[in-house]
Design a protein around this ligand. Structure first.
Ligand code: HSE
Length: 334
């Protein structure tokens, strides 16, 4: 079996750590694994297939002999270092927003548009987590009945904002339990016992950047510039896994029964939809899982070709690390 030298850039971050785990769990054909991060993390060691691999400081010379570089260290690091990785001969799978909307960079969810991978010129972008989770569910509906319009509200966990978001929610929980004053440093407001309808920065049109990512990335990945998407993204006091309430209008009528059948046959998606027995997807259940979960499937009583459902996915796995590794798997299959 051919082996591939893989680098993880941002190896000590939440997504970088998950990438290492996913590579091992899926038995990706790794020759040598290189862990790269800022000087601050250099020297830390992380386990991989029974070995302890030291983190090296990321420089533009880090990529000699690397076949695949998985980047998850933020857009500015990607912009600065991804070209050096490509120059050295690696294919970059980039989890940041740096290149997602570039025309020459494929933006890929393997269950939706795997065919776009082969168009790459050195960089393939991993979409925003909230977009990935939504599209795993929208794709089978689009193929069957053509999605015209989507209204989506997200319920995004604290860890979507990174390790600092997660630790702020945990600290606030401890502070409450100990009767102490609740400290707010990272999020705009206290997240514990609250909802914050504000993820990333507001744009001139009143939507946030996170919401506009859902609009623009959906059109690019689905290859359909006419899909209308209207999102509201909300930070919720959940540790891990994002949930989305989705209403779609399709060109062709899709009954709830048909939708259940389409969802059940779709890759990467499981149906949990038995309200009489209190069965529906929830973030506590979806955390740490590879698949996305869909439930509360029902026809929209307010319009003819409308459908409502609820989808939940682990945004660190399918929304980031797993999606990137799946792209790498398709690359080496080709
Ligand atoms: N932007 C997402 C969030 C993380 O803040 O929840 C995944 O892209």
């Amino acid at each position: 079996m051919k082996l591939y030298n893989v680098a993880i850039v941002g190896a000590s971050g939440a997504v970088g750590e998950e990438m290492r785990l996913v590579l091992e769990q899926r038995n990706f054909p790794v020759g040598k694994l290189k862990l790269l991060a800022s000087a601050r993390s250099a020297g830390k060691k992380f386990p991989f297939k029974g070995e302890e691999i030291p983190v090296e400081e990321l420089t533009k010379n880090s990529f000699g002999g690397v076949d695949i570089a998985l980047f998850s260290a933020g857009a500015s690091i990607s912009k600065e270092f991804a070209p050096a990785a490509v120059e050295a001969g690696a294919v970059v799978v980039d989890n940041s927003s740096a290149f997602r909307m570039d025309d020459e960079v494929p933006l890929v969810v393997p269950e939706v548009n795997p065919h776009d991978i082969k168009k790459h010129q050195g960089i393939i972008a991993n979409p925003n987590c909230t977009t990935i989770i939504m599209l795993v569910a929208l794709k089978p509906l689009h193929d069957y009945g053509k999605v015209k319009r989507v209204v989506v509200s997200s319920y995004q966990s604290a860890s979507g904002a990174g390790a600092k978001g997660m630790s702020e929610l945990i600290s606030q929980t401890k502070q409450f339990a100990e009767g102490k004053e609740i400290n707010v440093e990272f999020f705009a407001y206290q997240l514990l016992f609250n909802l914050i309808p504000h993820i990333d920065v507001f744009q001139d049109n009143g939507y946030t950047k996170e919401e506009m990512k859902m609009v623009n990335e959906t059109r690019k990945i689905m290859g359909d510039p006419n899909i209308m998407v209207s999102p509201t993204c909300v930070r919720v006091p959940v540790i891990r896994a994002h949930s989305e309430s989705i209403n779609v209008e399709t060109e062709k009528k899709i009954t709830a029964e048909k939708a259940r059948e389409l969802f059940a046959a779709a890759p990467g998606l499981q149906v949990i939809d038995d309200p009489a027995n209190k069965k529906y997807p929830m973030p506590l259940f979806a955390s740490g899982k590879d698949d996305c979960f869909v439930g509360r499937i029902r026809e929209d009583i307010s319009q003819v070709n409308g459908l409502n459902f609820w989808v939940v996915g682990d945004q660190i796995r399918k929304g980031a690390a797993l999606n990137a590794v799946q792209i790498a798997e398709k690359l080496v299959e080709a």
